[in-house]
Design a protein around this ligand. Sequence first.
Ligand code: NI
Length: 169
Amino acid sequence: MAVRDIVTVPHPVLRRKAAPVKDFGPELQRLIDDMIETMRAAPGVGLAAPQVNVSQRVIVVEYEDAEAGIPHQLYAVVNPVIVDFSRATEIGTEGCLSIPGIIGDVERARKVTVKGFDRHGNPLHLTLDGWVARIFQHEIDHLNGVLFTDRAVRVERVAPELAAALDRV
Ligand code: NI
């Protein structure tokens, strides 16, 4: 495993629509391992392949919230698609590893249903709620060349250490 460089705006890969994965072979396995290591090193709670300059539809998410009773979970999802958004939305503050020093408030669906594949090509069907649903929406946006600043109702420039205190994705 290796930590890869995280690209930042205005790198063009962040604006490209990423390609679906067709081959679940060793190259994908290496990519996913490296993305997990890169996310942890950042540190962050989510990462999309375009953020390591690979224009493919792969995301990783790692999250836990002991206070809210959410156990540690690590997701690697290939070709994720949001098949259902709750009508209920929520505004929350986001930061992005590819947009240093900026945070913003984004309205997102409170719950989403995501279909996709695990790293071995087995179908996944996830029902996600709250903060983890937000992370998935942010990461899947990355696969479509969309950044949270496109959706934010308010953005703010902050010192890097303040931005780092937020869970970045
Ligand atoms: Ni991001």
